[in-house]
Design a binder for this molecule. Structure first.
Ligand SMILES: NC(=O)C1=CN([C@@H]2O[C@H](COP(=O)(O)OP(=O)(O)OC[C@H]3O[C@@H](n4cnc5c(N)ncnc54)[C@H](O)[C@@H]3O)[C@@H](O)[C@H]2O)C=CC1
Ligand SMILES: NCC(=O)COP(=O)(O)O
Length: 326
């Protein structure tokens, strides 16, 4: 029987992504792990870290084999320039995009059963003239999916977002009834399909302080969020809110929720990271393939050092394996 095949993209070559790939390789896995990256980059990082790494060139034709500690199957995508840990170089931005494209297309064609992503540096990709706001948006576009949802999860808390990488000044206009409804429907669908929660209890934040204080502190709750929730309740979804964001994250409320929905990135994610940074993962809901990711960024200051925490990468891979098996 052939094994499940999971792709890992290390992301920014000057960051800790290559280190994470080397760390992941140090233990056995019940799946084939295929790292989509430059093999020399991985070999050099392993040498720097003093860890063993026997690279096996990937071939789609070979049957998938379970990963054994110390080896690593690598689907080669060449760097434009040798990468120096901790030093961003926009010459390698197109390399980063090429790895995401190769891995994402592999998932869509059924070559890979899931994708786990390491951190990319959004700034340096844009500096190279490539418009890029995040993996979430990139894979939505690659797969022609009109709406996907970013959700971060740690023990005891899941936070999903209505908007993702949007300047704060553009958030209010993006909070439309349609967008809120589509987001919540995707969450309800995927919580059921991917986690087996039949009727997920979804608690929704307002946008404004005190959820708009009956319209005295903003109208988005009255004009968009509440009508969306009402409509979804009529369709049988267990959605409640809009709640003041500074109230809903109290443990007393969280105990009754399967997912908290925040209106924007920094409304929900600081709480999630305060609770579980390092032991959390990022999952894209609504995509036609499974994608999990680390909960942190490129941590440039730690690339090539022994001072990194690989817990989120390990958890992202374990979660992807569980999701494939389910
Ligand atoms: N999934 C992704 O691709 C993500 C990418 N980013 C990108 O990362 C870049 C840097 O973002 P920052 O805000 O500086 O966040 P960051 O997460 O890279 O770093 C914040 C702090 O946490 C530390 N840190 C992060 N991960 C760590 C780990 N695994 N082990 C030990 N220490 C760790 C860093 O050293 C730093 O002190 C940005 O360009 C951002 O766009 C940020 C979040 C997610
Ligand atoms: N803060 C999480 C984050 O920005 C992750 O973005 P993405 O690259 O996974 O879309």
């Amino acid at each position: 029987m052939t094994a499940v095949r999971i792709a890992f993209t290390p992301g920014e070559p000057a960051g800790i992504g290559p280190d994470l790939a080397v760390h992941l390789a140090q233990q056995d896995w019940p799946v084939e792990l295929v790292v989509v990256a430059d093999p020399e980059l991985l070999q050099q990082r392993a040498e720097l870290l003093g860890l063993p790494l026997h690279i096996i060139p990937y071939s789609q034709q070979n049957p998938a084999r379970r990963h054994t500690a110390g080896s690593l199957t690598v689907c080669s995508v060449p760097l434009a320039k040798p990468a120096i840990p901790q030093q961003l170089d926009d010459a390698n931005s197109s390399y980063v995009i090429a790895t995401l494209k190769r891995a994402g297309e592999g998932c869509m064609h059924g070559e890979f059963d899931a994708l786990v992503t390491g951190p990319v540096h959004k700034g340096i990709i844009n500096q190279a003239g490539i418009s890029f706001s995040g993996h979430t948006e990139f894979f939505a576009e690659l797969s022609n999916t009109p709406r996907v949802v970013m959700m971060l999860a740690t023990e005891g808390l899941r936070v999903a977002l209505v908007t993702t990488h949007l300047p704060l000044s553009q958030v209010p206009a993006a909070i439309t009834r349609e967008r809120v409804e589509e987001t919540l429907e995707i969450i309800a669908h995927d919580m059921n399909a991917k986690w087996g929660i039949e009727q997920p209890r979804i608690f929704v934040c307002g946008l404004n302080p005190h959820a708009g204080e009956q319209g005295h502190l903003g109208l988005e709750e009255i004009e968009h969020i509440s009508p969306a929730l009402e409509n979804l309740r009529n369709k049988g979804l267990q959605v409640s809110g809009p709640y003041p964001a500074d109230t809903i994250f109290q443990p007393h409320y969280l105990a009754n929720a399967d997912v908290i929905v925040a209106m924007y990135h920094d409304q929900g994610l600081p709480v999630l990271k305060y609770k579980g940074f390092g032991n959390a993962i990022n999952i894209t809901l609504g995509l036609p393939f499974i994608r999990t990711s680390v909960d942190h960024g490129t941590a440039l200051d730690r690339a090539g050092t022994h001072n990194i925490d690989d817990s989120s990468a390990l958890l992202a891979l374990r979660t992807a394996i569980d999701m494939v098996n389910r």
